[in-house]
Design a protein around this ligand. Structure first.
Ligand code: PEP
Length: 250
């Protein structure tokens, strides 16, 4: 990977969208191809139809989670090789909604990331503090612990993206200050450089209420290499301007 990693605008559709929503893909592809990379992680039901709709175009597709095992008696789960089979290139692991709704801890997130890498997927590993942790001045400690426990030793800048997503900023319309984002991203960069030979090349995303109106300001923050976007990734009218803002960022 180049020393200046390719920026990434990633959309997380969560449990939203039906086949009709694929029209949003047509709208995005109708615009100019950006220099930055664009990823959409739809619900599992839409991965294959989305890949077919994109038909080799400039949007990559990813899963929102994968199991740590390749196959077996795990009702309702999807494995990393299954994601690859239907055309996914990425998978989000350790999103705070998975950590909360499914009691996923750092060790299980790391095991999922290993499975993703072994299958040939790039993992997007999420970390982030709760509001109580921020209020208790625990943010940097929490992020350091989550990075140490959730990012496996096999991680490289090519197979891993880190997303800093404060839990209290997800879906709330609230965002940290630019100084708070800068502080966490600088700390994450330092931790990765200390642990991995290519730590300076890992892409670091910010996620949590990124919108067209605040994207440019967020993308100007040092060590912010893109965004993981939830609600504003559902409509091309919102996600398109966020992609453009990332494309225009230095
Ligand atoms: C997310 O869930 O990853 C996210 C960042 O959501 P939103 O953009 O809606 O806050």
């Amino acid at each position: 990977m180049d020393m200046a990693p390719r920026k990434l605008a990633a959309g997380n559709w969560k449990m939203n969208g039906s086949l009709a929503a694929l029209a949003e893909i047509d709208s995005l592809l109708g615009g100019d191809e950006p220099d930055c990379e664009v990823l959409i992680c739809p619900p599992a039901t839409l991965i294959h139809p989305m890949v077919a709709r994109i038909a080799g175009g400039w949007i990559a597709v990813g899963g929102q989670d994968c199991h740590a095992r390749d196959s077996g008696a795990h009702t309702g789960d999807v494995s990393a090789p299954q994601l690859v089979d239907v055309g996914a290139d990425y998978v989000i692991v350790g999103h705070s909604e998975r950590r909360t709704d499914h009691a996923e801890d750092d060790a299980s997130v790391a095991a999922k990331a290993v499975a993703a890498h072994e299958a040939g997927l790039t993992s997007v590993i999420c970390v982030g503090e709760t509001e109580a942790q921020r209020d208790g001045d625990q943010t940097l400690k929490v992020i350091a612990r989550q990075l140490a426990g959730s990012v496996p030793d096999c991680a490289t800048a090519d197979n891993t993206v880190i997303a800093y997503e404060p839990v209290w900023a997800i879906g709330t319309g609230r965002t940290p200050t630019t100084e708070q984002i800068a502080e966490v991203h600088a700390a994450m960069r330092q931790a990765l450089v200390t642990r991995f030979g290519d730590g300076d090349a890992f892409r670091l995303l910010y996620g949590g209420s990124v919108k067209p109106g605040n994207a440019a300001e967020i993308f100007a923050i040092p060590h912010v290499d893109g965004a993981l976007v939830g609600g504003a990734s559902l409509m091309a009218a919102d996600f398109g301007p966020i992609i453009s803002a990332l494309n225009a960022a230095d």
